[in-house]
Ligand binder design. Structure first.
Ligand SMILES: *[C@@H]1O[C@H](CO)[C@@H](O)[C@H](O)[C@H]1NC(C)=O
Ligand SMILES: *[C@@H]1O[C@H](CO)[C@@H](O)[C@H](O)[C@H]1NC(C)=O
Ligand SMILES: *[C@@H]1O[C@H](CO)[C@@H](O)[C@H](O)[C@H]1NC(C)=O
Length: 434
């Protein structure tokens, strides 16, 4: 726990910086947080860094609407996958104690014909900037704050021959421009000096809470048009040494009769310094493009009580659906989110962690969430002083969301060998990475 005093110092430093007047700049807010952030940190030895994009597109002949995701990822950049990817789901790899190490380009789509497609590259084919989002995998697959271009393709023979790829078969090609309209920054929790200390199991930054994509996507030969006004797009990034458990995420930019409204919810069980912090989510909501309301337990006013933000979280399978019921309130505002998505429309994403274990075997991820968002404010005076009054009820259509949860007992083998691998590999790592 030697890092604690340093953490306090950094919090103080960062808070002091936050008070200083922000210089005018043409840069996007906090765009440095959307860069390749795990360099010069213990995550570089044991960790991942990725950029996720999702949006809707329409097939012009049939008017079919389809949502897509695209993800650029690097796994264990110091793990030895320089000239060829090192895969986690091969027994020999796990036995020798090597961690997976590669760059991975992923794309997928939900609903009918849903697929998740993964192409792997050696680390030598990965380039990213530590200043802004500028990522390139294999030369021709690129992403920055204004454009994305790339292609993923896996044949069914390849998918069958390479279970360690964790991939379905298919092809997706994209050529897009993007405008980031709204950013949700996790505040002090995402301050880069803290990120570099790798105190969090999983970190998050939402550069494109609302992002307008434009261009084309081709899925198995069919071309879809992406229109900025109906792309209902989103972009975030995650990094860490493992994935949160449980894992919750919701994004909605498609509110009926409420243009400009935007919701994001993310979290699960934050783990700081190896200590689980209880179930929590970060919530941000913009009402009709106005003020961004935030419920961020890491960023409450100085000196406020531990229960400054009160939350109720009930997320999980409900029959044929995944259901998210979440409320979050601070002394001034309250939000109630109630969403549902049919499992049949969802993918179960296949993610291995930096130690090479697929602990999340039921990571439900979908883009057909529907439900409601209610925003309340607390009456400051009059007869109703102290009671909640409803500002608005909004209806979300085709939002995106995720839910995954595992008990270590569910995967006792994975759990115990993960622990064993952990103590073995921890001993081999420099002190800074433990
Ligand atoms: C790895 O080993 C386990 C246990 O010995 C075995 O069940 C599994 O099929 C092996 N997997 C591969 C990909 O060889
Ligand atoms: C992003 O990349 C495109 C080329 O793919 C380039 O035209 C554009 O200027 C880049 N934008 C930024 C912000 O670097
Ligand atoms: C949430 O939505 C479901 C249907 O999707 C409904 O059955 C349930 O009553 C709603 N819960 C609340 C608290 O509004």
């Amino acid at each position: 726990m030697l890092a604690v005093p340093r953490l306090c110092l950094l919090l103080v430093t960062t808070a002091a910086l936050g008070v200083a007047a922000t210089p005018q700049s043409t840069a996007l807010p906090d765009e440095d947080r959307n860069a390749y952030v795990i360099t010069d940190s213990p995550y570089y030895l044991r960790g991942y860094d990725w950029w996720w994009h999702n949006f809707e597109a329409v097939q012009p002949e049939t008017q079919e609407r389809r949502s897509f995701f695209i993800q650029y990822l690097v796994m264990n950049p110091a793990g030895g996958g320089n000239s060829a990817p090192v895969f986690g789901q091969i027994n020999a790899t796990t036995r020798s104690g090597d961690r997976p190490s590669y760059a991975r380009l992923a794309a997928g789509t939900w609903g009918e014909g849903k697929v998740q497609l993964f192409n792997y590259y050696p680390l030598s084919a990965f380039e990213a900037s530590a200043e802004t989002m500028q990522v390139s995998i294999g030369g021709s697959n690129t992403a920055n704050e204004t454009a994305l271009k790339g292609s993923v393709s896996v044949t069914s023979d390849q998918a069958n021959a390479h279970p360690e790829w964790l991939s379905d078969a298919g092809s997706i090609t994209w050529d897009l421009t993007v405008e980031k309209v709204l950013t949700f920054s996790t505040g002090i929790a995402g301050a880069l000096p803290l990120v570099k200390l790798a105190i969090a199991q999983m970190g998050w930054h939402v550069q494109g809470m609302q992002a307008k994509y434009s261009g084309t996507v081709t899925f198995n030969g069919a071309t879809y048009i992406v229109d900025p006004e109906t792309s209902y797009g989103y972009q975030d990034k995650n990094f860490g040494w493992d994935f949160t458990n449980p894992w919750y995420w919701i994004s909605c930019n498609n509110f009926k009769n409420s243009p400009g409204s935007s919701l994001v919810v993310g979290g699960g069980q934050p783990v700081l310094f190896g200590i689980p912090q209880g179930k929590k989510v970060l919530v941000a909501f913009s009402h009709k493009g106005g003020e961004l309301y935030k419920w961020n337990f890491a960023d409450v006013p100085f000196g406020s009580p531990g229960d400054y933000i009160k939350q109720a979280i009930d997320v999980g399978p409900a029959g044929e659906n995944i259901q998210w019921s979440i409320s979050s309130e601070d002394p001034n505002y309250k939000i109630i989110v109630n969403m549902t998505c049919p499992k049949s429309q969802m993918l179960r994403l296949r993610y291995e962690n930096p130690d090479g274990f697929v602990n999340h075997k039921q990571l439900w991820n979908g883009a057909d969430l529907s439900g409601s968002v209610q925003l309340f404010s607390k009456a400051a005076g009059g007869n109703n002083q102290g009671s909640w009054s409803l500002i608005d009820t909004l209806v979300c259509e085709r939002g995106a969301g995720e839910y995954g949860e595992y008990k270590l007992a569910d995967s006792a083998a994975a759990g115990s060998s993960a622990a064993a691998a952990d103590s073995a590999t921890t001993a081999a790592l420099p002190a800074s990475a433990r």
